[in-house]
Design a protein around this ligand. Structure first.
Ligand SMILES: [Zn+2]
Length: 245
């Protein structure tokens, strides 16, 4: 895993070459290429995009000028509205896809409607590594992009799906934050379930969004509300998410 200024980049370097998951912001491309070189790699053969956001795809054109870019169908659709041809995935898929590279099977699985409508998580079956994309913000409440087809209920379901598919000896690369593991993913899932049910109850009790934000979340969630997704933002997200209307 490499951490730059955007989303965490997962890397496989071996006899077949270089494969990376996500490409950070465009402004980080030079640093990313230099880091790959330092690790003994060359320009990537493959870039796997977990979703369309610019902090995960901004380097596609520059870092990926020798690469085949792979992502869910909706990632290409959304990127095509803004990005030049060079930055677009050339291989897209609906449900899942596997790349056989560097001696192992690397599987992209689409988990629908969580962070966006084009999310994929990536499993390295041999190395026992999972890259979650932005379905996992390590140590913090997540951003759910409701405008890009994300919703809170599916987000929580999809985190549960990831927990079911990894064992305790797996390494978990979050979309943002530090290198993690299954146990921390379980704690994060619990925080999501508990905080969502708290907010859902406030809404069912007839509190307006503003009243709910004034009341806030119980103090046990304080440590999780430190990023730009603070408790007010999270309460608003849950209130606005379609499944809870
Ligand atoms: Zn994102």
């Amino acid at each position: 895993m490499l951490s730059g200024s955007g989303g965490n980049v997962g890397i496989s370097i071996g006899d077949d070459g270089v494969l990376i998951i996500d490409s950070d912001f465009n402004s980080t491309s030079e640093a990313l290429l230099a880091a790959l070189k330092e690790l003994g790699g060359d320009k990537p053969h493959f870039i796997l995009n977990t979703h369309w956001h610019g902090d995960h795809t901004g380097g596609n054109a520059t870092v990926g000028d020798h690469a085949s870019i792979i992502a869910h169908d909706n990632v290409r659709k959304r990127l095509a509205l803004k990005q030049p041809k060079e930055a677009l995935p050339v291989v897209t898929f609906d449900n899942s896809l596997s790349v056989h590279f560097n001696g192992e099977k690397i599987s992209m699985i689409h988990l629908p409607g969580g962070h966006t409508d084009g999310d994929s998580v990536v499993y390295f079956e041999g190395s026992k590594v999972l890259h979650t994309g932005d379905l996992y913000f390590q140590g913090g409440l997540p951003f759910v992009d409701l405008k890009s087809g994300g919703n809170v209920a599916s987000f929580v379901t999809n985190v549960g799906t990831m927990i079911d598919k990894v064992q305790k000896d797996w390494v978990v690369i979050p979309g943002h934050g530090g290198l993690s593991n299954r146990q921390e993913l379980i704690e994060y899932h619990k925080v999501l379930v508990d905080s969502v049910s708290h907010v859902t109850k406030m809404k069912a009790d007839g509190l307006s969004l503003q009243q709910a934000q004034e009341e806030g979340l119980p103090s046990k969630f304080d440590d999780w509300a430190l990023s730009f997704v603070d408790d007010k933002f999270w309460i608003k997200t849950v209130y606005s998410s379609s499944k809870f209307n």
